[in-house]
Design a protein around this ligand. Sequence first.
Ligand code: ADP
Ligand code: MG
Length: 391
Amino acid sequence: MRMLAAEDRSELLVGAFEHGTGARPTVLAQAPGRVNLMGEHTDYNAGLVLPVALPHRTRVAARAREDGRVTVQSLQRDGGFAGTLADCGPGGPDGWTGYAVGVLWTLSRAGVPVPGIDLVVDSTVPVGAGLSSSAALECAVGAAVLGLLERPVRGGDADLLVEAAVAAEREVVGAPTGGMDQAVAVRATADHALLIDFSDDTRCQVPLHLEQRGLTLLVTDTRVSHALVEGGYGDRRTDCEEAARRLGVPTLRGATRAAVDDLHGERLRRRARHVVTEIDRVSGTVAALATDDREALARANADSHVSMRDDFEISCPELDAAVDAAVEAGALGARMTGGGFGGSSVAWVRTDLVAEVAQAVDRRFEREGFAAPQHLVATPSGGAGWERLEG
Ligand code: ADP
Ligand code: MG
């Protein structure tokens, strides 16, 4: 069984920075990956989401440069960036550096005096696993800039960081992100999930009390990404917009279940049904957590997975197998999480059963002929920040 640890590799990162740039970094910044507990594809429908930040995070070592130039390297990727912010804009640089340099560019556009900078990145968030390594990268880089300017990630600067990260992913990378990932990467609090209402951007920290409850959030990264359905996310957004248009509401948040059930067009009806029922399941999950109603929590997870599999059609055989095997092995509830078409699932598991459940998923994958998955324990953690490094 492969269990991915959330180790702190700061020393390795500082060493790599010194080796790569010939100087010591002055700031170490970080931002977490995330796992969404309920509310998939609801952010861009002005709905509700309930993500938690992972203990796994992306760290960035940084040092200001006098000459205004920018360099970026990653311990996870070859290549890098060396240039100035004038080399950045909508659509570029392409590849992974677009996420990092893009944030420098959007922060600068927002009026932040971004200095010349050397950046080296290291991450324990699995990349491309639906656990938001992209927002972790953006927010860690943005936090590094705030660190060099001695500005804590709080208040107006936290808002600025979320907006710059979203804008970088949308405009520079060109990915139609809904905004949940960056919000939780910045605003998460340890031991809490973050309830966000995208109709008015209100937020609420939801205590999870996992330790007292004897529960653990077990994430399984299926390690598959179904590239054939690359356009899947955009297609779902288009379907949701068309369904809202036909229903005469600005977003599906404004649609009632009865109106959705009368919607003309079978596919659009199923898409809209997922969104309206999923939004209800977020509220239901928050209520179930408040009263420790484990049956309701289990039902919401089961219904959510079926809704994503059958109505929204964003699951895949590997995710279905991970969810089914986890529940069969005793998980309280499980569902796929993230944008879908591969990526990860999340299960609520009694802490004493975690190894057993993970092993059961591994056995199922082996039996089905799938490549071995990897697991991680999602201890709900805090959001982005930075620290000064001495000497
Ligand atoms: P997810 O956010 O679910 O991990 P995305 O496709 O949104 O998946 O983002 C993954 C991309 O983000 C990678 O392909 C890469 O371009 C970039 N990325 C994330 N983390 C790193 C990292 N540590 N080093 C370099 N690039 C990274
Ligand atoms: Mg992403």
